[in-house]
Design a protein around this ligand. Structure first.
Ligand code: BGC
Length: 656
């Protein structure tokens, strides 16, 4: 027979939960023993019961003498811990260290029986004293008058590893050589789970969340003596435990960020997409705790649990010297501040993610947008060389920061790390493709990480690359000329994000990553619907007319990236949409700006990048074309209502 302690408190008064967990037991002595023959010898038994509230208790002590009448008596016992008597009644109480004596008052000097008591404080565990004497004579039996503590052993559960939510069968055997076992408690990490008062002692622990547990059984005998068994360790894996699932998105309800959702819903027609999951960007240290601008990380995770969501998408975005090739998303940490990145940013995030309360969430972490590719494409030797990227390449802080993030976050068994892989309009050229994959492998093995910490990669985060061109492929030619010679494609190997992501996955495996890595594609803003969407192939006058007439991607140049005019919402988030693709996701929350269209003073470290200025005529990175940016844009990450409305209007697939 067993009882869950919270439901039933079988052998003691109702007490607050905390008191119950820490409390000593009420022991009722039963065995009477005849003390060695002596003149005027008492034969005594003592009961000792407590009402315990966790840091203090009231003890009631009953003394019964069935031997020679004692005319004057002294009770002696020792506390097991740091109990300190504050006051007592019906006796003169004194304490020296753990030793306690209580001497009769005048009116109760003749011992038949006496009821006395005291109040005491304690910390830690409040075990009952196990040996009492009256006038030097041991009470309650046992060798030397003491009580033998019970013996107990916890039967190891059938397995040491379970899958959350787990049911773990617990069983124990217990015995008492000089009395009876009154109860066996089952405890996890010291906390009481249940009490069973009769053999066979057992308890079925159900709904156990992911985590590590040290299990013990505590036997309590009829004198209140307690014995704790050897501990048995059990691990309960979350859905993403060491047995992480291959595709975390499969079958998982994804967290809808209520903050983004509210902004979306407040826009005309916004409710059509306001219930979609979007990324939660931890874009500065203050975002971990939350700021006046928003929820902290734990609040998001709590909200996810409240939504019954199973998957949360976080963006890890705060590298030292962030956004080295641009200005709009420069961050708070200077190029050399790797130690702060580790201790003030990654460590606190990892600590929150590791909380047992979140062990059942699949936590997707998108690691450091735009960082590693910049070290390939925007450094010395390239026409787009940017001194800031040379600095980050030379000091190693991108590579080591990414490695550290992967190692720390990857140590949390339900975290799924996806490294940002740029997009086809960046990494799709031969010069960039394999070197970027190789650098990612280097980073995945930096700072104590290994490639096993990488679950996959994400393409097109916060970019506008179309998912799938339909009216031409990279293998097409016009009049004998490959479309790769067109101005738009400009020798790239890929025409869209789907073909790029699938091919880059293969390259990453070639570069050393596990063959089961999966890709994500950010489809939040790559829909390119609306009136300008081509309805057939372009005219085959030449490669340019063919490509420009047929392409869905309406950007002025493939290198344009800031608040692009005429973009639309893309594919809705979908799990396992294509081979090698774990999901289409919305990591950049649609409606949040890529950067301000003019300089705006701010305390977020963000600069003004002219690629966000609609009047800018460009630079070598975008072939000296117009920026194509929408005007009136706020700082990156801030709500840009006009853009959101345009994204809705140009959604493809169209919104219902
Ligand atoms: C900004 C971040 C923002 C994110 C999502 C980035 O461009 O730099 O501050 O959280 O976009 O909108």
């Amino acid at each position: 027979m067993l009882r869950k302690l919270l439901a039933h408190r079988p052998f003691r008064r109702l007490l607050p939960r905390t008191a119950l967990a820490a409390a000593a037991l009420t022991g009722f002595a039963s065995a009477l023993v005849v003390a060695a023959p002596a003149q005027a010898a008492v034969v005594c038994s003592v009961t000792y019961s407590v009402n315990d509230w966790g840091s203090g208790f009231t003890a009631s002590v009953g003394i019964t003498n069935t031997g020679d009448t004692a005319n004057g008596w002294t009770l002696g016992f020792r506390f097991a811990g740091n109990q300190t008597i504050t006051n007592g009644w019906n006796a003169n109480w004194s304490q020296s260290g753990q030793a306690v004596t209580a001497t009769n008052l005048d009116w109760n000097r003749t011992l038949g029986s006496a009821s006395i008591g005291f109040n005491a404080n304690y910390s830690g565990v409040n075990n009952a004293p196990t040996a009492f004497t009256v006038n030097g004579v041991a009470c309650n039996g046992g060798p030397g008058g003491g009580n033998n503590a019970p013996t107990v052993s916890l039967t190891p559960p059938p397995s040491s590893t379970y899958q959350a939510p787990a049911t773990i069968p617990l069983a124990a055997s217990a015995a008492d050589s000089d009395g009876t076992v009154s109860a066996v408690e089952f405890r996890s990490n010291g906390t009481l789970l249940a009490t069973d008062t009769s053999a066979p002692y057992s308890y079925s622990w159900t709904n156990v969340p992911a985590g590590g547990y040290s299990l013990t059984a505590v036997a309590v005998d009829d004198d209140g003596a307690r014995t704790t068994s050897t501990a048995v360790s059990v691990t309960v894996q979350g859905v993403g435990g060491p047995g992480r699932v291959d595709n975390p998105y499969l079958g998982a309800k994804v967290y809808v960020n209520p903050e983004w959702s509210a902004k979306a819903a407040a826009e005309p027609n916004g409710s059509k997409i306001a219930n979609q999951p979007t990324g939660v960007w931890l874009d500065r240290i203050a975002a971990i705790q939350g700021t006046d601008r928003g929820f902290g990380l734990a609040e998001h995770l709590d909200a996810a649990i409240a939504q019954n969501a199973q998957l949360v998408q976080l963006v890890i975005y705060n590298l030292p010297g962030r956004d080295c090739a641009a200005l709009a998303s420069n961050g708070e940490l200077g190029p050399t501040e790797l130690p702060r990145y580790k201790s003030e940013y990654i460590d606190p995030i990892a600590a929150i993610l590791a909380r047992p309360a979140y062990a059942n969430l699949r936590i997707v972490t998108v690691i450091e947008i735009d960082s590693l590719p910049n070290l390939i494409t925007n450094v010395s030797g390239r026409p787009t060389m940017t001194p800031e990227c040379d600095v980050m390449k030379a000091n190693g802080n991108y590579v080591n920061g990414v490695g550290y993030a992967l190692a720390k976050l990857g140590a949390v068994p339900n975290v799924y790390n996806y490294i940002d892989a740029g997009h086809h309009g960046w990494i799709g050229w031969d010069d960039n493709f394999a070197p970027t994959a190789n650098l990612m492998y280097t980073a995945a093995n930096a700072s104590g990480s290994t490639a096993a910490n990488v679950h996959g990669f994400i393409a097109n985060t916060a970019n506008y690359g179309v998912l799938k061109e339909q009216y031409y492929t990279i293998n097409d030619s016009v009049g004998g000329a490959s479309v790769r010679t067109s101005k738009w494609i400009d020798w790239n190997r890929y025409v869209d994000e789907l073909t790029f992501a699938q091919a880059f996955r293969q390259q990453l495996v070639t570069s050393g990553f596990n063959s089961n890595i999966g890709m994500l594609i950010d489809t939040g803003r790559n829909g390119w619907g609306g009136a300008q969407r081509p309805t057939g192939p372009g005219p085959q006058t030449n490669v340019d007319t063919y490509v420009n007439g047929g392409r869905f991607d309406r950007r002025i140049h493939l290198g344009n990236w800031c608040n692009q005019s005429n973009a639309g919402i893309g594919e809705r988030p979908t799990a396992a949409p294509a081979a090698g693709i774990d999901a289409y996701v919305w990591i950049k929350p649609p409606g949040e700006s890529d950067g301000s269209s003019e300089a705006i003073p701010n305390d977020e470290g963000k600069g003004f990048d002219r690629m966000c200025d609609p009047t800018y005529t460009g630079n070598p990175r975008n072939g000296n074309n117009m920026s194509g940016a929408l005007g009136g844009a706020p700082l990156s990450g801030h709500w840009f209502s006009a853009q959101f409305r345009q994204l809705l209007a140009n959604a493809y697939p169209p919104l219902p």
